[in-house]
Design a protein around this ligand. Structure first.
Ligand code: AMP
Ligand code: GLY
Length: 384
């Protein structure tokens, strides 16, 4: 059962209930004897939903809002990383426009400077600036739009990857790695999106670095627990492989989109069983098994995305059956007169699963090519 879900999920036989407010969800879960609730997006995680569900005895797999500050406060995140002795970009907190300007003017711009909002900003809270004027402008705009404090941060260089863990407060199981494609085209300076595709596992880290990623999760959980805010739920580390080694860019307190669509089809273990163990704090000794396959996920968006003005409301046609070893996932869709129409920016995506990346890629694109609607767009270079 998914709340609120979408018409595409319903078409696939998943039960959806169109509710989002805490009282409705609590009443619904009680009435229907739901025994476990998993919270997805950070808005739900930062709300009172977990507290209200647990108050009526319904287990809820999600971090507490206090532990979720790992994502909702970059300053808290830096504090935890420092206490855990983990590598991250050096950063300075500035409390107002004058101190922002003073700090920015000290930088020589032989390398860029990163300006960041402290709180949640729906992906619009980070500016990588390579000139003094650009940095001053970004600090003014970010301060005006999101308020102070801001973080003025060293710019790191290197490829990025996402890593995931399922945590029970003390213990965790490692869910693996994935790489996403954030830009609307292959041009690294084109517009930022919610994600145009992903592949899993990440192909540029060594076995030793994979161990190091697990130690990043272990150390972070230990510090959070010692501070009285133990972390339960999915934890997502945004990492960069720099010449100095792996560094933590950020944490998200949820799974990633579209990384999850590439990660989950590779999972062999029973996810529900792992979550059920985690809510009972019984993850110790649990292991997680993956298929040896590689997954590639390609996202299809509406024309105009990521701008606000988009071509929406067109009937989505499914020309052929999806090939074997592929899976389609829906997001910005609704139903109209028995058909699905595109109603959002990111409409759907297809994952291909195969023994190697070239084959997985071929499957994902074969699935994507079977979908038609007016103005559909997808990147052609995912996992190339
Ligand atoms: P965040 O919200 O912190 O993940 O930042 C969003 C994106 O900004 C990251 O995925 C990076 O591409 C970029 N970014 C954030 N912090 C840095 C940094 N210190 N150095 C270089 N790029 C960064
Ligand atoms: N793919 C990045 C995110 O889910 O935030």
């Amino acid at each position: 059962m998914v709340a609120p879900g979408n018409s595409g999920m319903q078409k696939d036989g998943i039960s959806c209930v169109d509710i989002e407010a805490t009282p409705e969800i609590v009443a619904f879960t009680k009435r229907t004897n739901i025994s476990l609730v998993v919270l997805g997006p950070e808005v739900a995680i930062l709300s009172d939903l977990k507290e209200k569900l647990e108050a009526v005895g319904i287990p809820c797999f999600a971090p507490s809002p206090a532990a979720a500050r790992l994502e909702s406060s970059k300053i808290f995140c830096k504090e935890i990383l420092s206490a855990a002795n983990l590598r991250t970009a050096a950063a300075q907190e500035v409390l107002d426009a004058q101190s922002a300007e003073k700090t920015i003017r000290k930088h020589h711009f032989s390398e860029p400077l990163v300006i960041k909002v402290n709180g949640l900003a729906q992906g619009k809270g980070v500016a990588v600036c390579d000139t003094l004027q650009g940095a001053l402008k970004s600090a003014t705009e970010l301060g005006q739009n999101f308020g102070f404090p801001l973080l003025i941060e060293q710019c790191l260089q290197g490829p990025e990857l996402s890593a995931f863990a399922l945590c029970d407060g003390e213990e965790f199981v490692f869910l693996g790695t994935a790489c996403d494609y954030k830009r609307i085209t292959a041009d690294p300076f084109s517009a930022n999106t919610g994600g145009m595709g992903a592949y899993s596992p990440c192909d540029f880290i060594t076995e030793q670095e994979t161990e190091e990623i697990q130690s990043i999760f272990a150390k972070t959980l230990k510090v959070l627990s010692q501070r009285g805010t133990p972390y339960h739920g999915f934890l997502f580390a945004g990492l960069m492989k720099t010449p100095e080694g792996l560094q933590v860019l950020e944490f998200n307190v949820r799974m990633g989109d579209p990384e999850t669509q590439a990660l989950m089809p590779r999972l062999e273990s029973d996810l529900a069983e792992l979550i059920a163990r985690a809510v009972k704090h019984e993850l110790k000794g649990a292991s997680v098994r993956f298929k040896p396959d590689v997954a590639v996920h390609v996202v299809m968006v509406s024309q105009g995305y990521p701008e606000k003005k988009m071509e929406i409301g067109h009937t989505i046609e499914f020309k052929q059956e999806l090939p074997a070893s592929t899976e389609m996932y829906f997001s910005g869709v609704s139903s109209q007169a028995g058909a699905l129409i595109n109603t959002g920016g990111r409409v759907l995506g297809v994952t291909g699963l195969a023994p190697n990346r070239a084959q997985a890629r071929e499957l994902a694109y074969a699935g994507i090519q079977s979908v038609e609607f007016k103005g559909r767009y997808f990147r052609e270079d995912i996992a190339k």
